[in-house]
Design a protein around this ligand. Structure first.
Ligand code: MLT
Length: 369
């Protein structure tokens, strides 16, 4: 059997999220219920502690996240030194790694220290993304507000304006939907890193590197690039047919583990419709629906989580290259849940290779080659 891309291989046990018969659950709770009812903070608690929080547990976590959201001035000074034209995922990868340098207890590996680091990383990751976004635009970063939750604080730090209730609701739902997804590439990367008993900052830094790729988190930006390249709804069908005829990959469709569609996509589709109408730009939703129809008809592929998230973030006024960093802000919760699970029952992850190279070659001295 081919193990290319480890397709279908069960790599380890996990009790964090499951995808069974096309249904995604976090700790056994259907993503549809979580998307409809849960705050991102509740989901973080669920992923890390294995149960839904009661009110005081939720209040405590929300407070801890808000209180830890500001980042060291030294880190802001470093971000100011980054070139302006880099991809924000590169900036985020470097800044999270640097954040570990300012944590005097980064190497402490007991449970309490790991939870403290978890809160620190989750609380600060959105602050880093928004700080870089503002600094590269020649603006000063905006300090987080202790009275705002994760979704509202992110939008506030990005724009400096109090976000509308509808924007916060939509952004919260997007964070909930992206929080965890079993052994996706970045989560597996985080687990491999910390299974060497390396620290949590290293695990998250590696995961950000993996998420950055266009075959993983980077796909949502590519979707928006496609929508912008098409420009108008009546051009969508021709554009996609032409791209397919040229054997181009249409980003945002198909998924290794879902044969009958990604259960997260319908929520993002609904949000895309509502938000694009609200902002007076329904063409992005209409164009997305048209592309969806054509790709499904021609290739039998359904949209995944990336497809409608593009028009959702665009409608929230977010720049295209921040879409993947937002995925990271959400997925950090899942990465951390998996890192804690890995530490709790660790074994070094060290598979074997099926060697297919040459056998028994003689060493030829360099002057005879
Ligand atoms: C994800 O949510 O991580 C993506 O759908 C990719 C995956 O699961 O492989």
């Amino acid at each position: 059997m081919s193990t290319r891309g480890l397709e279908g291989v069960i790599a380890a046990e996990s009790s964090i999220s499951s995808i069974i018969d096309g249904v995604l659950t976090y700790r056994g709770i259907d993503i549809d219920d979580l998307a409809s009812h849960a705050s991102f903070e509740e989901v973080i608690y669920l992923l890390w502690y294995g149960k839904l929080p009661n009110q005081s547990e939720l209040d405590q976590l929300t407070k801890q996240l808000a209180e830890n959201a500001s980042i060291p001035q030294e880190l802001i000074d470093q971000i100011r030194l980054f070139p302006n034209n880099i991809h924000p995922m590169g900036a985020l990868r470097t800044a999270i790694s640097a954040l570990g340098l300012f944590d005097q207890e980064a190497e402490e590996m007991d449970d309490d220290s790991n939870i403290r680091k978890a809160i620190c990383i989750q609380a600060k990751i959105g602050t880093i993304v928004t700080a870089f976004a503002r600094i590269r635009a020649g603006k000063d970063p905006i300090a987080p507000r202790s009275d705002l939750g994760v979704a509202a604080n992110f939008l506030y730090m990005l724009t400096g304006e109090e976000p509308s209730a509808i924007s916060v609701e939509a952004f919260n739902k997007a964070l909930v939907l992206h929080a965890d997804h079993e052994f996706n590439a970045s989560t597996f990367t985080a687990r491999v890193t910390v299974a060497t008993l390396s620290d949590m900052y290293s695990g998250i830094t590696s995961a950000i590197g993996a998420l950055k790729g266009p075959l993983h988190g980077g796909a949502n930006e590519q979707v928006m690039a496609t929508l912008e390249a098409i420009g108008e709804v009546d051009k969508a069908e021709g554009y996609i047919l032409n791209a397919l005829a040229n054997k181009e990959k249409i980003m945002g469709f198909g998924h290794r583990v879902y044969k009958d569609g990604d259960p997260r996509a319908k929520h993002l589709k609904e949000m895309s419709k509502a938000l694009t109408e609200l902002t007076g730009q329904p063409k992005w939703y209409d164009m997305s629906v048209k592309i969806n129809e054509v790709v499904e008809r021609e290739k039998g592929l359904k949209p995944n989580v990336d497809f409608y998230s593009a028009s959702v973030y665009y409608s929230l006024g977010i720049e295209r290259d921040l879409f993947t960093p937002i995925f990271a802000v959400s997925r950090a919760s899942g990465w951390i849940g998996h890192i804690l699970e890995q530490y709790a029952n660790n074994r070094l992850i060290r598979p074997r290779a099926d060697y297919v190279g040459p056998q028994k070659q003689d060493y030829v001295p360099i002057h005879q080659r």
